[in-house]
Design a protein around this ligand. Structure first.
Ligand SMILES: *Cc1c(COP(=O)(O)O)cnc(C)c1O
Length: 463
């Protein structure tokens, strides 16, 4: 069988189980899928944490929060420390990674991951800083067009950034911050509802600012449709791709997105506080200018003549302020080189099966039906519902699992058994099998471990 045929995960699992003569939930299925995974060698490019006493390594399902360390990160860092020690200031222009333009060498690799042209991407600052810099140029409120449309439950930093930008221009967040919630009783936003608000309120919206993938629900938004709808009403459309970069297949250029920003320490594995990304579409190259200036926005060819006559680089490159921290460039380079061994298309293909496998096992063991007691008066077991959309086109690799019981105790039991994932109290566990380094066996082990964690948390008394 073609290892990752584009059939629905359920069918692939049934086909594999038949081939092996076992059940779909057997560990043999996971082992078979791993053997036939064309991307399995990429796991070896990363350091998977070990937890004392627990064989053989932890089940790392939290790459949505902090990606694993690429093995080459240490080597590249040591090279630059060595260069600094031996050559001092000459390191600015020497070696394979001259500090004065080192980030330029990896922009193309970053651009490939987000579906952009290299000249549309800058690597600089942190995510929230970049969001501010972009909003300073794209958010130009007028008396009639002054709103920013965003999700009601946007990531806190995005919420604060938007709120403060609105105040900075003398507007009132009460009037100008347009927050969109799911319908009552629903967890995720419907595309049709997003498009309808844009259609209805678009004339008063200056900027539509969504996340690419919602950090809490794992919902992947239809960025192409949102962009088109917003721009038809004369709005600028930008995306925070923190949870989308390296996770979903992005086409920022082709979709005509006006601007975007993302951090690189989640699915892009650059280490905590890594160098963030910013995107401005090339159509704005000569029209949208940075509000704040620094010498790193000056054309490299004449930057060091220091004559104080600014020769501003066009597009997003002109938004750079400071010289880039080489120690942050190194791990990002190490990670992007791993991405360059494959493609987002291939990663997505594996991701759909890997996350589909997780969903299948969750439903098999922990759906409301599966947890129903054998006898009508028997005790109900805890069950799990998946908040994340079931349509693979509307999600990345993360599933947000909502438990029918408080999660804290289960989470502690999972941690004790070597599972790394993310808890959002009271009852949600975010689990992200990352196609770059997670295996089908990781998912299978997680499901088994969840079983013993649930049993342990219901047996022992609450502390
Ligand atoms: C992770 C994340 C951030 C974090 O912002 P930093 O500036 O990198 O600290 C902000 N927004 C979203 C949507 C995120 O997912």
């Amino acid at each position: 069988m073609d290892s990752f045929a584009d059939s629905p995960p359920r069918e692939i699992l049934q086909c594999v189980a038949e081939t092996l003569g076992c059940s779909t939930t057997s560990a043999e299925v996971a082992a078979y899928l791993d053997q036939h995974d064309e991307l399995r060698h990429l796991r070896e490019k990363f350091l998977v944490p070990k937890i004392a006493d627990l064989p053989p390594y932890c089940i790392y399902l939290v790459g949505n929060s902090l990606g694993l360390q690429p093995k080459m990160a240490r080597k590249y860092l040591e090279e630059e420390l060595e260069k600094w020690a031996k050559t001092g200031v000459h390191g600015h222009i020497q070696g394979s990674r001259p500090w004065a333009w080192a980030e330029n060498n990896i922009e193309q690799l970053m651009a490939n991951v987000v579906g952009a042209k290299a000249e549309e991407v800058a690597l600089m600052n942190g995510l929230t800083v970049n969001l501010h810099l972009l909003l300073l140029s794209f958010y130009k409120p007028t008396a009639t067009r002054h709103k920013i449309l965003l999700e009601d439950k946007a990531f806190p930093s995005d919420h604060y950034a938007v709120e403060s930008q609105i105040r900075l221009r003398g507007c009132d967040p009460q009037q100008s911050m347009l927050l969109l919630s799911p319908r009552p009783g629903e967890e995720t936003l419907r595309t049709e509802d997003i498009l309808e608000v844009i259609e209805k309120e678009g004339d008063s919206i200056a900027v539509v600012m969504f996340s690419g993938v919602q950090y809490y629900t794992g919902q992947l938004f239809n960025m192409a449709a949102i962009t088109k709808a917003g721009q038809r009403k004369g709005c600028y459309v930008g995306f925070d791709c923190a949870h989308a970069a390296g996770n979903a297949e992005l086409k920022l250029h082709d979709w005509g997105v006006d601007f975007a920003c993302w951090c690189s320490y989640k699915y892009v594995n650059s280490g905590a506080g890594g160098l963030a990304g910013a995107f401005i579409h090339e159509k704005h190259k000569h029209t949208v200018k940075p509000a704040l200036l620094g010498w790193w926005g000056h054309d490299l060819k004449t930057r060091f003549q220091m004559n104080n006559v600014l020769d501003l680089q066009s597009g997003v490159s002109g938004f750079r302020l400071s010289n880039q921290p080489i120690l942050l460039v190194c791990p990002l380079q190490a990670s992007l080189e791993v991405f360059n061994l494959t493609s987002m298309q291939a990663l997505r293909r594996k991701s759909i099966l890997l996350t589909g496998y997780l969903e299948y096992l969750i439903q098999h063991y922990y759906s409301r039906d599966a947890a129903r007691p054998a006898r009508p008066d028997g005790p109900a077991r805890p069950h799990v519902s998946v908040i994340t959309p079931s349509d693979p086109q509307q999600r990345g690799c993360q599933l947000s699992l909502c438990f029918s019981v408080p999660i804290r105790r289960i989470f502690q039991e999972l941690e004790r058994r070597g599972v790394a994932c993310d808890m959002r109290e009271p009852s949600v566990l975010r689990v992200a099998p990352v196609p770059l380094y997670n295996s089908f066996s990781d998912v299978h082990r997680f499901i088994e471990t969840l079983g013993s964690a649930l049993a342990a948390s219901s047996q022992t008394p609450q502390e």
